[in-house]
Design a protein. Sequence first.
Length: 114
Amino acid sequence: QVQLIQSGGGSVQPGGSLKLSCWASGNTFMITPKTMAWYRQTPGAQRELVATITSSGITNYAESVKGRFTISRNDAKTTIFLQMNNLKDEDTAVYYCNLPPRHWGRGAQVTVAS
């Protein structure tokens, strides 16, 4: 059994920074070989892919966050991070970590407002 435990989030002014963490606990054989991801969702909208990272560290980003967000993974490959810099109002959302195919974190609210 795998659980994704998130931490981080909060409120910040535009231009500020926040960092999210997601620890995957459980069977490491189910965790370490897989690509992990961050998604976000706003009320009434579909969940949107923000960034992914493979087990070898290859990253991919949504166009809207490129150059501002950085996804990373610890050496044990069981924890991922999302460093969010130069945050904008439109980054306000609930952020979820994902381990395919069906494991999700509980979500963390990120609010960007003056």
